[in-house]
Write a protein that binds this ligand. Structure first.
Ligand code: ADP
Ligand code: MG
Length: 405
């Protein structure tokens, strides 16, 4: 039995029109002889009635918000959005004449840790899915969720439906996992920011994983890691078209580039809403700041240390907490909120001279100040003011000629 997993994201399940487009992809896969497992997200985005944020707002009423929210129950609530989508998909596909079975994550055998809100998939018990597929049914699985050993409903955190899809793909030895979304594939930068972003025909797991970790939200990095471990190819493609999209595999060295610089960078990613925190003082570099932050589960990024200065970034939302804990230890810190991290990502960057120089030049000539920078074999990061984020992304996209093949 050849199996395909098809995941449909929030905008793809939101309207009757987008759902019809989704059903055509499902029907095409059936016609091509695949057993089909469908993974669905909750319908729409913030503000839509059954979107995850809308469900969560039910706990924010003045009657509810006086007590801290119970995380176990919050997961029960959050899991509802995807269950609603799964049931609607199942019923509409049934009306089109298909045999279908809707399942919650737990019913589909997704066993997770008990970290409510950010649970890890520990195992996928595929019996129920195999049975449905053997019975000729299309399995419609609610994404973003599972259950722990006690049977408590858990959710998988941001991008969780992507993770559901690749975890099922690996567990079922699927031929491919299709991530259907509202763009036609993985592009050299977010097309909402860069008009002439170019679609990549093929990328490696490592490249897209790096892009995703740096903020390219088109697919979640954890989902890519799972697919990489199981060596299951991913295709990122548009619900609304038949474009083949972007194929993500182990080895996809592109031959389409010409110049050295083009080869060095695959894409530009960005993360908004980060705060830069700088702490100065004699001997600060060997202080216990990092341990302190770790104890409070504040994960730091962009860390730079000198004997007299420590700088790092945290998400804007954690800045106050971080500063509070620092001040309790007697450290005075300087905070700059509303920054953005802009990254040039590319496996071919390693050892190529002049990449950093090119970045500095490009930003300087666009009048953008670099607040901090860091680099690894595959990524160069710069921190800029949030108001200059989009300009910085565009400047780097131009500097590396990413719009051109
Ligand atoms: P879904 O609801 O289908 O999961 P997401 O909003 O999570 O969709 O991801 C799709 C979005 O990712 C696109 O609308 C696009 O704005 C954004 N995006 C960011 N970086 C990239 C990139 N490099 N290539 C394509 N899309 C990107
Ligand atoms: Mg997504």
């Amino acid at each position: 039995m050849k199996i395909v997993v098809q995941k449909f994201g929030g905008t793809s399940v939101a309207t009757p029109e987008s759902r019809r487009a989704a059903y055509r992809h499902i029907e095409q896969a059936k016609e091509d002889g695949y057993a089909v497992v469908v993974v669905v997200s909750a319908m729409g985005r913030r503000g839509d009635p059954y979107a995850t944020d809308s469900l969560l707002s039910l706990l924010e009423s003045s009657e509810a918000s006086a007590a801290p929210v119970n995380l176990r129950e919050r997961d029960m609530l959050m899991a509802c959005g995807e269950i609603i989508s799964a049931v609607v998909f199942a019923q509409e596909l049934r009306a089109r004449g298909h045999k279908v079975r809707a399942m919650t994550g737990a019913q589909a055998g997704i066993l997770t840790s008990s970290d409510f809100g950010n649970a890890r998939i520990l195992d996928v018990r595929t019996d129920a899915l195999h049975k449905a597929l053997a019975d000729g049914e299309i399995a419609i699985v609610a994404g973003f969720q599972g259950a722990d050993e006690d049977g408590d409903v858990t959710t998988l955190g941001r991008g969780g439906s992507d993770t559901t899809a690749t975890a099922l793909g690996v567990a079922l030895h699927a031929e491919v996992v299709d991530i259907f979304t509202d763009v036609s594939g993985i592009m050299t930068a977010d097309p909402r920011i860069v008009d002439d972003a170019r679609q990549l025909a093929q990328v490696t797991y490592t490249e897209i994983c790096n892009m995703a970790y740096q903020g390219a939200k088109v697919i979640h990095p954890r989902a890519v890691e799972l697919a990489m471990q199981g060596n299951v190819p991913i295709r990122v493609r548009s619900t609304m078209s038949d474009d083949p999209g972007t194929l993500v595999t182990q080895a996809a060295r592109r031959l389409e580039h010409s110049s050295v610089f083009d080869q060095s960078v695959t894409g530009i990613a960005h993360t908004p809403n980060v705060a830069q925190i700088v702490v100065r003082g004699e001997g600060i570099g060997s202080s216990s700041i990092f341990q302190l932050m770790a104890e409070h589960q504040i994960s730091l990024d962009f860390i730079s240390v000198t004997p007299t200065e420590v700088a790092f970034t945290v998400p804007d939302g954690l800045a106050d907490t971080a500063v509070h804990h620092l001040s309790q230890l007697g450290y005075r810190s300087q905070v700059r909120r509303g920054c953005a991290k802009v990254s040039a990502v590319g496996a071919g960057m390693m050892g190529v001279p002049g990449v950093m120089a090119r970045i500095v030049d490009a930003l300087a000539s666009s009048g953008i100040d670099i607040l901090q920078s860091a680099d690894s074999h595959t990524t160069i990061w710069v921190l800029v003011d949030g108001s200059q984020m989009a300009d910085a992304v565009r400047a780097l996209h131009r500097a590396f000629q990413l719009a051109e093949v």
